[in-house]
Design a protein around this ligand. Structure first.
Ligand code: ZN
Ligand code: ZN
Length: 839
C-alpha cells in the first residue's frame, strides 16, 4: 500500500474525536497537570499558514508533554468580538454575528485538519453571552475596586473605523487595522487604571520564562523613570508667583538648563495669557498642534518646532538665572508634568533645538574617560565639543558651583536634596505607561455594564456622576441584534440607535435611565480567557477555585510576538487585579512563553493577496497531507524566525515520510517479518548509540522549540535504519515512531497500530529514555605523522572522517612547523588510527 496521508489522516482525526483521547480530565492519578495554550484566533474566516505555524509548533510541544506523562490540557477557542470581524462584515454587507459564526464553523474544520491535540470540549467563544457575562463581571469588579473610571480625554480616533483606538493600536500615526491616519478627539471614555499596577507589572517580569526581548518591550512600555520634580518660578510683571514643575532624571545637569519647554496644553499658558506679549502667535501654534497625533508630535524624523513665550521668564532654582520659556508640541502633556527643562549641552534633541533658536549652551558634565586620563581639572575646550553635539552620558560635574567635581550619580542626589530643603524639588517616580482606554463606539463587542441616571447625577459634578453599575445578578447585558450596526462617525456607538437597548431603569433610584452604549475593547475579552478554559461551563463564577487550582497558571503559552505588549500586558494586569481581589492565588498568568516567527511567501516577501504569494494550507493538505505540512513548517528554520515557504522543501519532507512508510512496509513484505519480534538479536552497537543520541537530541530540541534540528536528527536515524534493515528490532522501530509522533501524529499512529500495537494509541505511550552511557562519543588518539615520523597526537571522535581529520591536523602548531614552506604531496589516512602527511 502506498503512503496515502489524505486517507489515514481523516480516519485518525475521526477516531481521535470519537475516543475523546485529547480531552483532559481535571485530575488523573499519578499524572501532573500541564496547561499548554496557544493564542486563540480571531474568526477571520480562513486559517492561514501563519496560524498553522503557531498551532503546529505549540502542538508538537504539547504532544511531547503528553508522551512524557503529563495530563496535558491544550484548549482552543475563538476571540470572536472586535473590529476585524465587524469591518469584514460591513464590507460584505452581512451581520457581524452571521459572519463570525459562519467563520467559526469553517475554522473549526480547518483547525481539526491540522491534527492538533486540542481538547474541544473546552472550546470558548468570546461573543457568547455565557462568556461575555463574565467579561462584564470583570468590568464590574474593576469598577468597584476603583480601577475602572470615566474621563474626558484626548483620544486616538480612526476616522475610517469610526472608533477610538488604544495607543497600542496606533502604529506610526496610523490605525493598526485599516492604515488610516489617526486623529485626536476629546471624548468621554471608560478607562482601566492599569497604571496602579505599573510597579508590580515591572518587577514581576523578572521571574518569567519569557523571551528577553518581550520582557524588554514590556519594561520599556511601562517606562519607569526616577528623578526629581523641580520647581521653576516664573518672573512676570503683575500677578502672584506662578510656578512650573519640571520632572528630570538628570538633576546633575540642572546648572546647564538654559530654557524650559511646555506642552501646548500646559495650563500656565492660559493663566498667563495677559503677560505673554506674543499670545496671538502662541494660540495659533497651539491650534495647529491639536491637529497632530501624538506619534507625529514625537516623531524623531521631523524637525522640532516651538515658539518662545515673550514677556515671561523662568528662574533656574540652582543659580537664579532667568531663562526663556518655549512652547513646543514635541512635549506631551500626558507625560510627566507637561513641561521639561532643556539642557542642550547634554541632550541631542535640546541641542538641535538650541542651535535652531540660537539659545545658550552650557556644558556641565565632563565625560569620565577624560577625567581618568589626567587628574588636572582643566576645563575642556567647550566650544569644540559643542560643535560636535551633545554629550548625553554621565561623568563629572563642571560649571556647577559647589557641585563641580562631583560624580553624576552623587550629584543627582545632592542637588535634589539641596533643592528639596528649600522646597524647590521633590523625589518622584514617573511611568510612561498610561491607563487603558477600553470604550469602543462600535457594535460588535461586549456592552459595558453601566447605566447613566440623570436623577442620580445631580449630586456630583465629576465625569463619574450619575453612572451606576448594573447589578451582578442582572448580567449579562445582552448585545441586541440590531440591523443597522454601522458606526455613526460622530463618536457615538451604533447601540445608541436601539431605543429598546438604551431605555432602562436606574438600579439605584428606580427612575428612568439609559444604558451605556459603548462596547468594550476586544482586548478585555482576551485578558482573561485562559482562566475560563479551566472551567468553561461554570455559571456561578468565571471559573471555580478548584479548577483554577488544578490548571493555572499556564505552563506554556505560544503565540505571536506582535502581542508582546498589549495582550500580554493586559492579561498580566487582569491576573494581578483578580489576585488582589482574592479570586486567584497566583500573580502571573503565563509561566513560560514562546513566539513563532513569520512565514513568508516563496518570493521571500510577506504573504499578501496583492503579491499573489499566499500559500493556502487547505490546498497543501490536499496535495501533501497535514503531517507533511506540520513537519515542513518545523523544518524551515528556527521556530522563532520562520522564513520563506519553499515548494521544493515540502516535497522533500513528503518523500521523507514516504521513506518512513516504506521502511515499515519493507518489513512486512520481507520473509523475515518475524524478525521484528526477535529482541534478542545481537544489536548493532553503532545503531544503538545513534538511537540513544537521537532520543536525547529530539527531546532537548522540542523542549527548546528547536524543531528543525530535531527533524534533521530524525532524518539521519531513518537513513541508518533503512540501511540496516537486517538488524531492526521492534524496540528501535517503537522508538522511531514515538519520536516522530509529535511531528507527524497521523503517520505515527497508523504505523504504530498496524505494526506495533493494535487498539492502543501511540499518543498514549511513554516517551523513550536514553542511556547517558551510550551518548558519549567514543574517542581515540589520532596519531599525526609528517613523512612517516610521529610529530603530534590529538584526541578525536572515533568516527572522524579524513576531511575532518585533515582540518584538525593542519591547525596543529607542530604540523605547521614541519610542513612550513613545503609542498604537500599526499595525505594518508587510516580511520581511527593515524594520519600521515607526505611533503
Ligand atoms: Zn481604522
Ligand atoms: Zn438613579
Amino acid at each position: 500500500m502506498k503512503y496515502n496521508p489524505q486517507k489515514i489522516e481523516k480516519e485518525w482525526q475521526k477516531i481521535w474525536e470519537e475516543t475523546k483521547i485529547y480531552e483532559a480530565p481535571d485530575e488523573v492519578k499519578g499524572k501532573k497537570n500541564f496547561y499548554h495554550l496557544v493564542m486563540f484566533p480571531y474568526p477571520s474566516g480562513d486559517l492561514h499558514i501563519g496560524h498553522w505555524y503557531n498551532f503546529v509548533g505549540g502542538d508538537i510541544y504539547a504532544r511531547l508533554k503528553r508522551l512524557q506523562g503529563f495530563n496535558v490540557m491544550s484548549p482552543i477557542g475563538f476571540d470572536a468580538f472586535g473590529l476585524p470581524a465587524e469591518n469584514a462584515a460591513i464590507q460584505r454587507q452581512i451581520h457581524p454575528k452571521t459572519w463570525t459564526y459562519k467563520n467559526i464553523k469553517r475554522m473549526r474544520k480547518q483547525l481539526k485538519s491540522i491534527g492538533t491535540c486540542y481538547d474541544w470540549s473546552r472550546e470558548i467563544i468570546t461573543s457568547e453571552p455565557d462568556y461575555y457575562k463574565w467579561t462584564q463581571w470583570m468590568f464590574l469588579q474593576l469598577y468597584k475596586d476603583g480601577l475602572a473610571y470615566r474621563a474626558k480625554i484626548p483620544c486616538n480616533f480612526c476616522p475610517s473605523c469610526k472608533t477610538v483606538l488604544a495607543n497600542e493600536q496606533v502604529v506610526d500615526g496610523k490605525c493598526e487595522r485599516c492604515d488610516s491616519q489617526v486623529i485626536q478627539k476629546e471624548i468621554e471614555q471608560w478607562l482601566f487604571k492599569i497604571t496602579a499596577y505599573a510597579e508590580e507589572l515591572l518587577n514581576d517580569l523578572e521571574n518569567l520564562g519569557w523571551p528577553e526581548t518581550t520582557k524588554m518591550m514590556q519594561k520599556n512600555w511601562i517606562g519607569k523613570s526616577e528623578g526629581w520634580e523641580t520647581v521653576f518660578e516664573i518672573k512676570n510683571k503683575t500677578s502672584s508667583i506662578k510656578k512650573i514643575e519640571v520632572f528630570t532624571t538628570r538633576a546633575d545637569t540642572l546648572f546647564g538648563a538654559t530654557y524650559l519647554v511646555l506642552a501646548p496644553e500646559h495650563q500656565i499658558i492660559e493663566e498667563l495669557k495677559n503677560e505673554i506679549t506674543n499670545y496671538q502667535y502662541i494660540k495659533q501654534y497651539i491650534e495647529e498642534s491639536r491637529k497632530k497625533t501624538e506619534r507625529e508630535r514625537i516623531s524623531e524624523i521631523k524637525e522640532k518646532t516651538g515658539i518662545e513665550l515673550r514677556g515671561i521668564k523662568a528662574i533656574n532654582p540652582v543659580n537664579n538665572r532667568e531663562i526663556p520659556i518655549f512652547v513646543a508640541d514635541y512635549v506631551l502633556i500626558q507625560y510627566g508634568t507637561g513641561a521639561i527643562m532643556a539642557v542642550p549641552a547634554h541632550d541631542r534633541r535640546d541641542f538641535d533645538f538650541a542651535k535652531k533658536y540660537n539659545l545658550s549652551i552650557i556644558e556641565v558634565i565632563e565625560p569620565e574617560k577624560k577625567q581618568a586620563l589626567s587628574d588636572k581639572r582643566v576645563p575642556l575646550q567647550i566650544s569644540d565639543r559643542i560643535n560636535e553635539g551633545a554629550y548625553e552620558g554621565e561623568g563629572f560635574l563642571i560649571n556647577s558651583d559647589r557641585f563641580t567635581g562631583m560624580r553624576s550619580l552623587e550629584a543627582k542626589e545632592s542637588i535634589g536634596e539641596w533643592l528639596s530643603k528649600r522646597n524647590q524639588a521633590k523625589k518622584k517616580v514617573y511611568y510612561r505607561l498610561r491607563d487603558w482606554l477600553i470604550s469602543r463606539q462600535r457594535y460588535w463587542g461586549a456592552p459595558i455594564p453601566m447605566i447613566y441616571c440623570k436623577n442620580c447625577a445631580s449630586t456630583g459634578g465629576s465625569a463619574q456622576a450619575g453612572w451606576i453599575a448594573v447589578k451582578e445578578e442582572d448580567l449579562p447585558v445582552l448585545l441586541p441584534r440590531i440591523i443597522d450596526f454601522k458606526p455613526t462617525g460622530e463618536g457615538e456607538s451604533p447601540l445608541a440607535k436601539s431605543k429598546k437597548f438604551v431605555k432602562t431603569i436606574c438600579p439605584k433610584c428606580q427612575g428612568r435611565a439609559r444604558r451605556e452604549t459603548d462596547t468594550m475593547d476586544t482586548f478585555v475579552c482576551s485578558s482573561w480567557y485562559y482562566l475560563r478554559y479551566a472551567d468553561p461551563g461554570s455559571t456561578q463564577i468565571f471559573a471555580s477555585k478548584d479548577k483554577l487550582k488544578a490548571w493555572l497558571p499556564v505552563d506554556m503559552y505560544v503565540g505571536g510576538a506582535e502581542h508582546a505588549v498589549m495582550h500580554l500586558l493586559y492579561s498580566r494586569f487582569f491576573t494581578k487585579v483578580l489576585k488582589a481581589l482574592g479570586y486567584l492565588d497566583f500573580k502571573e498568568p503565563f509561566f513560560s512563553l514562546r513566539h513563532q516567527g513569520i512565514i513568508l511567501g516563496p518570493d521571500g516577501q510577506k504573504m499578501s493577496k496583492s503579491h499573489g504569494n499566499v500559500i493556502d494550507p487547505d490546498e497543501q493538505v490536499k496535495k501533501y497531507g497535514s503531517d507533511a505540512i506540520r513537519m515542513y513548517l518545523c523544518f524551515m528554520g528556527p521556530y522563532e524566525q520562520g522564513g520563506p515557504w519553499n515548494p521544493a522543501g515540502i516535497v522533500g519532507i513528503y518523500r521523507f515520510l514516504e521513506r518512513v512508510w516504506k521502511l515499515f512496509e519493507g518489513l512486512e513484505s520481507s520473509a523475515s517479518a518475524n524478525k521484528l519480534k526477535d529482541g534478542a538479536r545481537k544489536e548493532d552497537e553503532k545503531l544503538k548509540r545513534l538511537i540513544h543520541k537521537t532520543i536525547k537530541k529530539v527531546t532537548e530540541d522540542i523542549e527548546n522549540f528547536r524543531f528543525n534540528t530535531a527533524i534533521s536528527s530524525l532524518m539521519i536515524l531513518v537513513n541508518q535504519l533503512s540501511l540496516k534493515n537486517e538488524q531492526l528490532t521492534e524496540n528501535y522501530l517503537k522508538v522511531l515512531l514515538i519520536l516522530l509522533a509529535p511531528f507527524t501524529p497521523h503517520l505515527a499512529e497508523e504505523l504504530w497500530q498496524k505494526y506495533i500495537l493494535q487498539n492502543s494509541s501511540i499518543h498514549n505511550q511513554s516517551w523513550p529514555k536514553y542511556d547517558p552511557k551510550l551518548i558519549k562519543e567514543e574517542t581515540i588518539t589520532l596519531i599525526i605523522q609528517v613523512n612517516g615520523k610521529v610529530r603530534d597526537r590529538v584526541e578525536a571522535e572515533a568516527s572522524i572522517s579524513q576531511k575532518e581529520a585533515e582540518k584538525l591536523t593542519f591547525l596543529r602548531e607542530n604540523v605547521k612547523k614541519w610542513t612550513a614552506g613545503k609542498e604537500i604531496k599526499r595525505v594518508i589516512f587510516v580511520p581511527g588510527k593515524l594520519i600521515n602527511i607526505v611533503v
